[in-house]
Design a protein around this ligand. Structure first.
Ligand code: SF4
Length: 291
């Protein structure tokens, strides 16, 4: 089964391959600082899903230089870069702080697009205005962590906002020229396949331009670890996971881009499912099934 994959989309849009240079800002998340909660989402590690990013105290330009430096020997010479603000909720700050960081990244000579990961409930008007102005000068992606359309499941993992907030966020972002990517997790506690597919339908109906799929990982030190150890959560096997992915892809409109078909948790924290750590095996499987 073929799908509208990110590599093809980037090549068509930018004329060449694009790689992400991961950046950390000194921000936290309302689900960690007490605004919505204190422990974070049940599956989220202390690094706020940004274990691959560099240290947040370094200026944005230097972080980009470092990330590109690490990648440059492995990628073609004409590669373009997306400055990826990955850790925690990158719009959970003053608009002026976000503006300064986005401006600095947009000015970097090798950066052709920006991508900002955040929560749908961290988009007040001042932030939307910054995103609008940025999207006027450089392609801008905003990645929203929906994870599920079920408010019941979201309550279990402590998401801290209702699905309707996500739907409104997609509308506001698209209205100012932002390309929206929605993160969805398959295998959350208590969800059957129908519910997982409903999450994808919700993202499509909301108008999301792209999706990122991953399975639930159990990472060391998270609340999900406790539930997994006490037998309250199962993780998906590789076949089970890709059966769901295949069904999800089948319902996507052709212009919706699949930016990620599966993820890889940070190896030093990963407890399950261990098949996700075997990168070569997963890539071979994906090529055989979706190539
Ligand atoms: S919203 Fe994101 S950064 Fe915040 S706790 Fe949840 S997964 Fe982690």
């Amino acid at each position: 089964m073929r799908f509208n994959d990110a590599n093809s989309y980037f090549k068509k849009t930018f004329g060449h391959k694009m790689y992400k240079a991961a950046i950390s800002l000194p921000v936290t998340c309302p689900n960690r600082d007490g605004t919505c909660g204190v422990g974070g989402c049940a599956f989220c590690s202390e690094g706020g899903s940004g274990e691959f990013a560099t240290a947040s105290s370094i200026p944005v330009k230097d972080q980009i230089d470092q990330a590109i430096g690490k990648l440059s020997s492995k990628v073609p010479a004409d590669t373009g870069y997306i400055a990826y603000f990955q850790s925690f909720s990158n719009t959970y700050c003053e608009p002026s702080v976000l503006k300064a960081a986005l401006d600095e990244a947009a000015c970097h000579s090798k950066v052709e697009a920006l991508s900002v990961a955040t929560r749908p409930d961290c988009l007040p008007d001042g932030i939307i205005n910054v995103l609008r102005d940025t999207a006027c000068r450089i392609p801008l992606f905003v990645e929203l962590g929906l994870q599920t359309s079920s408010d019941e499941t979201a309550e279990w993992f402590g998401r801290g906002y209702k699905t309707e907030v996500y739907i409104d966020a997609v509308r506001k972002l698209r209205a100012v020229g932002v390309n929206v990517i929605t993160h969805i997790i398959f295998g959350l506690k208590g969800e059957d396949k129908e519910q997982m597919i409903d999450s994808v339908r919700t993202a499509v109906a909301a108008g999301s331009d792209g999706v990122k799929f991953t399975c639930l990982y159990i990472l060391r030190g998270t609340r999900a670890e406790e539930e997994w150890r006490s037998g309250n959560i199962d993780v998906l096997e590789m076949n089970e996971y890709f059966d769901i992915v295949e069904e999800a892809i089948a319902l996507l409109p052709p212009d919706v881009v699949v930016h990620r078909i599966t993820g890889a948790g940070p190896k030093k924290l990963l407890l399950a499912p261990m098949w996700t750590a075997d990168k070569r095996k997963v890539i071979n499987y994906i090529n055989g099934r979706f190539g």
